[in-house]
Design a protein around this ligand. Structure first.
Ligand code: NAI
Ligand code: 15L
Length: 275
């Protein structure tokens, strides 16, 4: 695809992985102002197919050679692809653990200098909801999924220290159209605020490896973003408009993990594969 000469954008080509997923579909639209071309990638079929200033390259993140080809010619990577909920270690290994490694290796070999990594609150999911933590808190992954995101953050840190590739890892709370339950009144992140975080992550100079929590301006948030203040992230939305609907639902028991832990039900998933 050739670059239309009339379009002036900060990046020539941004790669968006996970582009067929829930957030990918949103970002496919909201990241348009930032690149002349968005390269959309997923293991799943892309619907709708590539439109103006888009190109589609289907790819399994577990396939190292395919990921190497995928990254050729891009200026920045917004990495949202992979398994997005709790599964067995074996199911998560290829897409999330190998996949994120493949992506950083390809970034190194192709000279890509900026990555936005969709990390997750499940990296710190075993903290309790009555605790407030910042990005310096010791990680407490709540699941094999959370462990894979924790490893992704470690890759980001290593590839900055060793090769100078800068990353903003967004520990996304719960990014859906609405806050769906009591926990999400704290963890909810609107699509507009997610887009702002990615925009700040792409354009703030000298981020090194920055970890930022992805929550909107909710009344009670468990996460302190002072260590990421250089991003100047200023969430505009709040979960309050969903409170009445959420509180009309029957309340879970006080000792239900959904009411106790920041990671909610993920802390009680598994074990997998027992006979
Ligand atoms: P999703 O499951 O809708 O999207 C993930 C996409 O990754 C899917 O389209 C899937 O086909 C693709 N994928 C899975 N395995 C793949 C592989 N081997 N190779 C290539 N692509 C593969 O999830 P969602 O909600 O859109 O999340 C996007 C990203 O953000 C994920 O990395 C998720 O872990 C992360 N995240 C999302 C949160 C949320 O509240 N939506 C919260 C925290 C993190
Ligand atoms: C995540 O990391 C998941 O990708 C998403 O599906 C939600 O479960 C979210 O966390 C959450 O914690 O609400």
């Amino acid at each position: 695809m050739t670059t239309p000469s009339s379009v002036h954008t900060p990046f020539n080509r941004i790669l968006l992985t996970g582009a067929a997923g829930g957030l990918g579909k949103v970002l496919r639209e909201s990241l348009r102002p930032y690149a002349t071309i968005i390269r959309l990638s997923d293991i799943a079929e892309m619907a709708p197919a590539a439109g103006a200033r888009e190109e589609v390259q289907r790819c399994d993140l577990a396939d190292k050679a395919a990921v190497h080809q995928l990254v050729e010619g891009v200026d920045a990577i917004v990495h949202f692809g992979g398994v997005s909920t709790e599964h067995s270690f074996e199911d998560i290994l290829g897409p999330n653990i190998c996949g994120t490694y493949h992506l950083y290796e390809a970034a190194r070999r192709h000279g890509v200098k900026r990555v936005i990594f969709a990390s997750s609150n499940h990296v710190i999911g075993f903290y309790r909801q009555d605790q407030t933590i910042d990005a310096s808190a010791v990680k407490r992954p709540d699941s094999y999924y959370g462990l894979s995101k924790s490893y992704g953050e470690d890759l980001a840190s290593f590839y900055f220290d060793r090769y100078g590739i800068e990353t903003v890892s967004i520990r996304i709370g719960s990014s859906f159209p609405e806050a769906q339950n009591r926990r999400m009144l704290s963890s909810w992140l609107s699509y507009d605020d997610l887009t702002q975080l990615i925009e700040r992550g792409l354009f703030t100079p000298n981020v090194g490896h920055t970890v930022v929590y992805g929550a909107s301006n909710n009344e009670k948030v468990w996460w302190d973003n002072r260590l990421a203040s250089h991003l100047n992230y200023q969430p505009k939305d709040s979960s309050e408009p969903f409170r009445a609907k959420v509180e009309a639902q029957p309340a879970p028991a006080a000792d239900d993990p959904a009411m106790v832990y920041q990671g909610g039900a993920f802390v009680a998933s598994g074990p997998f594969g027992d006979a």
